[in-house]
Design a protein around this ligand. Structure first.
Ligand code: CA
Length: 152
């Protein structure tokens, strides 16, 4: 059976269009896992620019979003909850503003935008962060899948 060209073009358009849409489930998971207060329906609770360059989501991603993407590439079996947990545990400073991503999540600044960073002294903030539970406070409520492959 021959598929009309216009149907192939429509399918291609749908695939491309769906891949550039913001991922509300990712945002909702981040809001819950990072303990952000407020309505998840409001961008003021967590802006798309938390991970994306543009406030409409989609490509390109900011350095923090790129860190999450890198976690997915390194751990193909991870879901978003595992990736968020892994990036927090890495204590990396994705936007290189002197504050680790997890500290910025704790302080509610943007971990992927060097122009947004905590006003609090790094040492003082780190002490408060560790007293609150450190990176473990952003652990997923779901267990990360175990890699059972034998290719070490
Ligand atoms: Ca930072």
């Amino acid at each position: 059976m021959k598929i009309p060209t216009k149907n192939i073009l429509l399918l291609g358009f749908c695939l491309v269009f769906s891949s550039v849409q913001a991922r509300p489930p990712y945002r909702l998971q981040a809001i819950a896992q990072f303990h952000f207060e407020g309505s998840p329906l409001k961008k003021s609770t967590m802006a798309c620019t938390f991970c994306h360059i543009n406030d409409t989501g989609g490509a390109p991603w900011n350095p923090f979003g790129e860190s999450i993407k890198a976690a997915f590439r390194a751990n193909p079996k991870w879901g978003i909850a595992d990736a968020l947990q892994g990036v927090m545990a890495a204590m990396k400073d994705s936007d290189k503003d002197g504050y680790e991503d997890a500290l910025e999540v704790f302080a509610h600044t943007l971990p992927g935008d060097a122009k947004s960073k905590p006003k609090e002294d790094h040492k003082v903030l780190l002490e408060r962060f560790m007293a609150a539970g450190g990176p473990d406070q952003y652990k997923s409520n779901k267990a990360a899948p175990v890699d059972s492959s034998d290719d070490e």
